[in-house]
Each structure stands twice: as structure tokens, then as C-alpha cells.
Design a protein around this ligand. Structure first.
Ligand code: SF4
Length: 198
């Protein structure tokens, strides 16, 4: 099956404007770095919340489980259902985006409208804000937990999660993911990262 005219036009336009190589299929190493960092961030965040509030018989497990459910559902269910169908990777033949979620999206969601892709960054509860919340919530939750229930192990988890967040913002987004993304001319996050003219 050939890619739709719209997807081909977007791809050609992107290639013309870009200096950095735009990927139709990201290398497997990029996918592993992106998803490995994401999953590690969520797991360490959940463990940190559970350990940080373990002075209560229920609070740590409840908040930790809620956080883990929220972060994984937001990233691996809501994203392919609500954001990916509008993305150029959904429509490009044999494509593989940085998260690989375009492949899942094709199996579980109908093709969307490219014009709706920037909506991922519009409104208080937009996908971009929920994604950011999934990354930042464990850091915010672990700070009071450290004051109430200090341990060096918890401190190490907090520092590791902060490190993963900084690695994502200063290495993964600008150098591995958004820089090479064929959706970067429409994606609000790429605009914020300043990688459109690179
Ligand atoms: S530009 Fe970055 S955030 Fe936007 S779709 Fe591409 S990889 Fe994802």
C-alpha cells in the first residue's frame, strides 16, 4: 500500500526543510533508549512513592499503585489512542516512531486528522501536560517523603529520577528523538525544543 498523498507531501516538505536526518524508521537503539528511560523513570518513581510513604500501612502502596497505573496508561494507552492517529508516522508506510507507539496505534485506533496533531499541546489536561505530570509527579511526591521518612536509598531514587528527567530534556528530546522526527514541524514539543530548523 502506498502512503497517502497528504503523508507523502508532509514527508517531502519535511525533508526539504530539515538539515538533520529525518527518520521514517528510528534505529532500534533510539527506541530502546527512549522506552528504557521512560519505563525506568515510571518504575523508579512508583518504587520511590511506595518506599517514601511506607510509614503508613496503606498510603505508600495506594499512591505508588495509582502513580504507576496513571503513568503507564497515559503513555502506552492514551497516547496511541488519542495522539498517534493524527501523527505523520501513523500514515507513513513501514514507519517506526521514536516510541514505536505508531505501530500499536495502527492496531487499536482509526486514522485521525493531521490538522489535529498540534492539539496534543492545547488545554490544561492535554496529552503533553499529562505526559509531563507523569514525569514530574514522583519527584514532587518524594521530596516531602524524604523529610518525613528519610533514607539514603530513597534519596538515591529521587536523584536517579531527577537524572532521568534531565537526560530526557537535554539529551533524548533534542538529540535522539525530536531532532530526527518527521512530525517536528507540527509538534508543539519540537517547537518548544527549538529543533525545527536544525
Ligand atoms: S517532535 Fe518529539 S515529541 Fe513531537 S512527535 Fe516527534 S519525537 Fe514526539
Amino acid at each position: 500500500m502506498l502512503p497517502s498523498g497528504c503523508a507523502m507531501k508532509e514527508e517531502m516538505l519535511s525533508k526539504k526543510r530539515a538539515k538533520a536526518k529525518l527518520y521514517t524508521r528510528y534505529p532500534l537503539s533510539s527506541l530502546l533508549i527512549y522506552n528504557g528511560t521512560t519505563i525506568l523513570h515510571f518504575l523508579l518513581g512508583g518504587i520511590g512513592i511506595i518506599l517514601g510513604y511506607n510509614f503508613s500501612s496503606w498510603a505508600g502502596y495506594l499512591f505508588g499503585a495509582l502513580y504507576l497505573a496513571f503513568s503507564f496508561v497515559e503513555m502506552y494507552v492514551m497516547m496511541p489512542l488519542t495522539v498517534c492517529p493524527h501523527c505523520v508516522y501513523y500514515r507513513m508506510k513501514n514507519s517506526l516512531c521514536i516510541s514505536g507507539l505508531n505501530v500499536i496505534s495502527k492496531k487499536i485506533a482509526k486514522e485521525g486528522d493531521p490538522k489535529d496533531f498540534p492539539k496534543r499541546g492545547e488545554g490544561l489536561f492535554c496529552n503533553n501536560n499529562l505526559y509531563l505530570a507523569a514525569l514530574v509527579v514522583p519527584i514532587i511526591a518524594m521530596i516531602p517523603a524524604l523529610i518525613l521518612n528519610f533514607s539514603f536509598f530513597l534519596l538515591a531514587i529521587l536523584l536517579a529520577v531527577v537524572g532521568l528527567l534531565l537526560f530526557r530534556f537535554f539529551v533524548i528530546f533534542p538529540k535522539v528523538a525530536c531532532l530526527h522526527c518527521s512530525a517536528k514541524y507540527k509538534c508543539p514539543q519540537a517547537g518548544a525544543m527549538g529543533v525545527r530548523n536544525m
